[in-house]
Ligand binder design. Structure first.
Ligand code: 9MR
Length: 464
């Protein structure tokens, strides 16, 4: 006989289950709402941005991340500089800068304009002219009126003056200072205000991140500009850090003293380089540096945001300038998030990490190497066989004894530093089940002997 209680019980159960699901949905959704770097920064009233450069904008895998909500601000690395915008006197060219601005607009990102005046990347007509002070002042005013005028209303801020100081706090001896004394700074700021009254006007420099002679000089400059009523809205702390030189002294205290002068502060070009190869200790220090910078900014209410100087090692300026150094950014050269570094930034911004996990060591891995040699060059074929547990991402390292020089590699990202060769997985062969194999290859040139390497590591583990 059917019990009259049964249908009621079923209904109650169904209701409770529905309620439970609804509650679960409510609990789960907010936790995943703010998880990217810019979402997290935004939740604290800041932005998180990246530099970019025009040649990179045709790399669709790269732009997919650049345009994602990891980033709320974009700085053009080169295309708004003087050599790009006024290559011949009075002839202005905005194609590169416009492309970056259009990218930012399409992805709902603000733009940090960079830079109206610098000692570097000046066109030949400007550096080779023998200008009087009056001529150079009018050249400067005309440049800023045009460039800042062209981008009026389209940029959040301008780095009006870039890198005016030497490391000891004296003024940099350059075209501007040598011809105009310190007046060029006020001239540039006033011209920028006139051209775009709503853009935040910054002075930007490196090695001013912590307390010291150079940041004292910047502090005194900003204080005196303020006292004279010269328009100045912010100071940019570039943040080009290196783990081998130590972390800047009292960064938060330093940012705060500038904020107390009545200006915004921003971290504008952050990267943290190291001497290669990377190892776990160096990466831990690097992650701590990123954490420290984020925390220093968050500790200062007028710190408006943080920009990294491009987001991926693929397009970092570091290896080209500091030989043997690199791995400075939170995404690797394959555009994969580095778990420790990305995770540190994300966590410091109040998130839950989210960079994935470090690939485990490939315990029990095997590597087979062969070379097809034609006397002055060869094709190397390397087969990696994974060990006893699956890996998601791998880095193969080995060294040559002679002068073998990489010309082109495939099926992975190949790089060479001196005798050391590094290969990281391509997007399609990073996941290897226990015992699974994958092959990569590359062409090399050489003279003299071509001895085959015998020692290989995968993810830091020596393979047989
Ligand atoms: O990232 C820029 C790189 O592509 C250029 O070759 C270099 C030329 O000087 O400038 C780089 O950006 C610099 C920035 O404009 C100012 N601060 C230092 C940056 C790294 O050199």
């Amino acid at each position: 006989m059917p019990s009259p209680l049964r249908p009621r019980l079923a209904a109650v159960l169904a209701l409770s289950l529905g309620a439970l699901l609804a509650v679960t949905a409510l609990v789960v959704r907010p936790a995943s709402a703010a998880s990217t770097l810019n979402q997290l920064a935004k939740a604290q009233g800041r932005y998180f941005g990246s530099a970019t450069d025009n040649p990179e904008l045709s790399d669709t895998a790269y732009t997919a991340i650049l345009g994602s909500d990891e980033f709320g601000a974009i700085t053009p690395g080169n295309s708004m500089k003087w050599d790009a915008t006024e290559p011949s006197q009075g002839q202005f060219s905005y194609a590169g800068g416009d492309a970056v601005v259009n990218f930012a607009k399409a992805h709902n990102q603000i733009v940090r304009g960079h830079t109206l005046l610098w000692h570097n990347q000046l066109p030949g007509w400007l550096t080779s002219g023998n200008w009087t002070a009056a001529q150079l002042t009018s050249i400067l005013q005309n440049h800023i009126a045009n460039v800042a005028g062209h981008y009026k209303g389209q940029v959040y801020s301008w780095d009006v003056v870039n890198e005016p100081f030497n490391d000891d706090g004296t003024y940099r001896s350059d075209l501007w200072y040598n011809t105009l004394g310190t007046d060029y700074i006020a001239t540039a700021l006033k011209a920028a205000r006139a051209a775009d009254p709503n853009a935040k006007l910054y002075i930007n420099d490196y090695n001013i991140d912590g307390l010291g002679a150079k940041s004292d000089a910047m502090y005194n400059l900003v204080k005196s500009l303020k006292a004279q009523g010269v328009p100045i809205d912010g100071v940019g702390f570039q943040g080009h850090l290196a783990i081998q030189y130590g972390f800047p002294t009292n960064m938060a205290q330093n940012l705060q003293r500038f904020a107390d002068l009545g200006v915004d502060v921003a971290i504008t070009e952050l990267d943290v380089r190291m001497v290669l190869p990377t190892d776990a200790t160096k990466v831990a220090t690097q992650a701590q540096y990123y954490t420290n910078v984020v925390k220093a900014c968050l500790a200062v209410s007028r710190c408006v945001g943080i920009t990294i100087w491009d987001y991926t090692d693929k397009y970092s300026w570091i290896p080209g300038v500091f030989s043997g150094q690199g791995s400075a950014l939170p995404w690797d050269e394959n555009l994969a998030k580095k778990p420790d570094v990305y995770g540190a930034i994300n966590t410091a911004l109040g998130g839950s990490g989210g960079g994935g996990t470090t690939p485990p060591p490939a315990t029990g891995c095997k590597v087979a190497y062969s070379a097809n040699d034609w006397g002055s060059g060869f094709t190397a074929t390397i087969t990696i066989t994974n060990g006893s547990s699956a890996i998601n991402g791998w880095t193969l390292k080995y060294s040559y004894a002679g002068n073998q020089t990489l010309s082109q590699g495939w099926s992975g990202t190949w790089s060479q530093s001196g005798k050391d060769v590094t290969v990281t997985n391509a997007s399609w062969n990073g996941t290897l089940a226990a015992g699974a194999s994958t092959s990569v290859g590359a062409n090399f040139t050489y003279t003299g002997a071509n001895t085959a390497p015998t020692a290989f590591t995968v993810n830091g583990t020596t393979c047989t």
